[in-house]
Design a protein around this ligand. Sequence first.
Ligand code: E4P
Length: 216
Amino acid sequence: MKFFVDTAETKDIAELAATGLLDGVTTNPSLIAKSGRDFIEVTKEICGLVDGPVSAEVVSLDHESMMREAEVLRKIADNVCIKVPLTFDGLKTCKALTGDGTMVNVTLCFSANQALLAAKAGATFVSPFIGRHDDNGFDGLDLIRDMRLIYDNYDFQTEILAASIRHGVHVLECARIGADVMTAPPAVIKGLVKHVLTDKGLEGFLADWAKTGQKI
Ligand code: E4P
């Protein structure tokens, strides 16, 4: 499973990119607003920090305006992935852009039928929002399961990009189901390495090693 980080904070992205474990980045208008940075400028900087896809979202609602915004965004760098909403205009834009060889992430997916439409529109990625699904009394992971089944039934190449990930159990279950990618906030990704028994074991090994008086 590929790991994308869901943030526009360049310091966090650089830190995770340095581990070699980061495969891409997702942003959205709320994350750009939170960063307080200029959209084009920060996106350009992020694209230089990772080799993989960097999702940058259009903010218009009609196809023509989405295409105009996509034109501006895809000029930023070769690894920009245009993010469009799961609406008919978004799907039309997805079809036009991917037909042209541009990566597209269809976002705000909350049903398997929406995901089916995104695949038919040739999406590179589709982003089902697990956490927001859970918040509203549905099982976000069931959506990922349905999508995996449907995409495999028809051999769709669209990658399932599990989004709105809130904790390690979401990550684990997505990997079990076979999501292609997951995107999570930096804290969730950093938290995956933690285990109390790892810390305790390391502490014990180092204490015993100190007793030997040796050096490597
Ligand atoms: C995905 O691309 C979205 O940016 C993101 O995962 C939304 O997550 P949230 O529900 O935590 O805002």
